[in-house]
Ligand binder design. Sequence first.
Ligand code: ZN
Length: 292
Amino acid sequence: MMKRWLTAIIICTFIFSLIVNPAGARLIEGGFTPYSDTKATSTDSGIKMYKVESGDTLWSIASTYNVSLDEIMLINNMDESTVLTIGQRIEIPYSRSRVHVVGKGETMWEIADRYGVRVDKILQANTDKSPTRLRVGDRLIIPDSSYKLASTNNNSVATASTSRGVTTASSGMGWPLVGTITSPYGWRNSGFHHGLDIAGNIGDPIRAATSGTVSFVGYKSLYGNTVIIDHPNGRSTLYAHASTFHVQNGQQVGQGDIIAEVGVTGRTTGPHVHFEVRKNGNTYDPLNYLRY
Ligand SMILES: [Zn+2]
């Protein structure tokens, strides 16, 4: 059994290394591995089927295929209590390299966070680029994006490995506000950004991402006027910088219900909603939960 597992892991690692580094070139420290553009523009993605074997858990499969547990559960409509049966087929999402054209003011860390890829993986795929010398218009190869959890949130990996504990969103969350994302989740110059910033106009409705019970309505330093909703799966969502509130503490809300209006309260430079997804004291990248 152990042997079969090892073989599977080795094969997957090998396939994966081909995806990340299709030229098969050795990545020597300080070395230069030029990439041709044709390889860089591969954008295929899709679903592959996996047949469950004895001893498999959702966590072990996710980890083997470098896919986030949440993503696997989401696609297969499973949750942490789902019992796998031998021979059952589950869908594994995959996506290969994409190309990102660097925009004004973007850093490699922001780009990495946006795609849920580790900076070192981007560097491996773009050995001619330096994170400190990115220029507007530079084309970056974004390697396999199915890293999401592994990259953007080390805490969640630790949680998952001890308890398989990252629960699923059995259906996606709705956007609290439709607008431009002005700051993604993750590291930025001023520190770790625990939420997703979506720009709007003062007075625009902020909507509950999914149904639950309002557990906080009030002012928090930095966050300003804030609503927190607790969801039945143990997650909570937070909406900050509001102007006025439309809900009270303890109120039940449904997905899409208007809970507040966009404002500029707390520390913010312009009207937007700062949206967080939390569980057990950790924050998670909202883009992993929001429906596209
Ligand atoms: Zn924010």
